[in-house]
Every structure is written in C-alpha cells, then in structure tokens.
Write a protein that binds this ligand. Sequence first.
Ligand SMILES: [Zn+2]
Length: 314
Amino acid sequence: MPVRGMLVRLTDAWQDILQRHRDGGGYPAAVTELLGEMTAAATLMQANIKFNGALIMQIMGDGPVKLAVAEVQPDLSLRATATVKGEVAADAPLSHMVNVNNQGRCAITLDPKDRLPGQQPYQGVVPLFGDKREKLERLSDVIEHYMLQSEQLDTRLVLAADDKMAAGLLIQRLPLQGEGNLAGQSVARDEDQIGQNEDYNRIAILASSLKREELLGLDADTILHRLFWEEKLLRFEPLMGETGPRFSCTCSRERVSNMLRGLGRDEVESILTEQGQVEVGCEFCGAQYRFDPVDAAQVFLQPEIQPPGSPGVH
Ligand SMILES: [Zn+2]
C-alpha cells in the first residue's frame, strides 16, 4: 500500500529540554504541550524527509507566546525553546497563545548543512487559520496544511505532549507513480490525487481515532496493534539511544562571536560601556557566554566575515 507511518515518543530528550527551562520558572502547562507537540512534529518531519541540514519549526505568535522554536538535526539531535510574555492559562487553547488576532504564523525552515555563501535556507510559511479564516486549534491541522502545500501529499498527524513525553504519529500517502507495473500505473492516474487513495484514507481515519491519552500512555506495539490490527504491517527497527532523537544544543562561543561581529563594533562597545561586559545567554540550553572588553576586542580582531547565520542565539 502506498502508505508510510512514523511514530515518535520523546521521553528523556523532552525532559532534558524542559529541565533547561526550569530555572526560569518553567513553562505554563499549555506552552509545554505546544512546544512538545512542535518538537514531536519536527522530529517526525526530519525523519520523514531525511534532510541534510537543520529542520526548524517556528511559530511566530501574536499572543503571549511570542516565539516557539523546535529544531532537529539530520542525526535527530534536537532542541526547543519558547518565549512567553504574559499569562497563559493552564488549559489555554492554541489561538489564545499564538493567534489572538489571526496574525500568528508557522514557518518551517530547511537550512542545508553545506550552505554556499549567499545561499538562502528554504522556508515555507503557513497561517494558523483554515480555508475560511477560522482559527485552527490543533497544531496538527496547521502542519497538515503545510505538508499538503509543500509536498503535495496527504498527511495525517496526531500529536500530544505533557511534561513527561512528547509524542506523535505521522501517516503519509506515498506517490503511486513509478510502481513499475501496469496495474500500478492504471490506478495511479485516478488515485494519485489528494484524498483519492482508499488505502491511505482508511489508514488515516484509523490513525485519527488515536486519543491523546493513548498516544502518551501506550507503548508503540500496543498503539500499532490497537489501530491497525486488521492491516498488514511492515515494521522497521526503532531508532533509540545514540541513533535516536536526543537533546543537543548547537550553540558555541564561536557562533556567539559571529553574532557579535554581526551586531557591529559600535553596538558592542556601547554595551561594554554600559555594563562592563557583554553577556549572551543561549535560550535553548541556558549556556551563558561572557565577553569582557579584552574578549570583545579579540572578536573584532578577526576579519568581519559573516558565516552562515547562527540561528538560536539571541
Ligand atoms: Zn545552547
């Protein structure tokens, strides 16, 4: 059948991320849920397309959650952070957090590993509303919309997260064309259309019946059996431990130096005059980078070359 599925359950990796933000008081429950769903979704998307570079999912919100970011590298190491300004109720719906005036946006950026100078990363942006401008209340609906737009393939996503686990199930229709047999080619014409493949539709409906508590509470085997017990499954070895998703931050003193160079000597000197040193904190892992006047002078001794940006360090 032209259907592929992927299931992710982030436990240690997800708790590592949350732990990094405990010092700042931690996230409100609804933000934890949103950021966890983003992290699970970004992991599924990276594993699905196997992109040689970072996949960065960002929500630029127009409510109390100004920015939420989940970034997954090709080796599935990942990091995530959210910027919250103001109160968020524990059960706040998506729109109350990031789409109060229907101005919120979700961007997916694919940043190639060996980007040539001047080459821009690929970015797709979708709004947080549906066809009739109705506010979407599920992140999965937003991402399904993005996938349909960017890949022209039907995708069904089920996402759930709490402070213990971030989990997701992705079901995608594969293109029928190129099956290499006559039967395949004749159905291809009719069924290789959005929403037209019966096998995909049936499996997507089964996937949608998965409840949040089931996704968070059951192991992979039980979930697969419960949903697809009547289907023929070909199951692949899960990626775990060293080869699986895990927390890792890509920030470094060198990247922060590059960012300071980007700010410019005047700006950095004015911070030095005001505060005696420049202090830059990584919002993903909490690392603090300090530059006293001598360090800062060193930064500007090197030629002012702008290597590919250093997203994530603010
Ligand atoms: Zn960091």
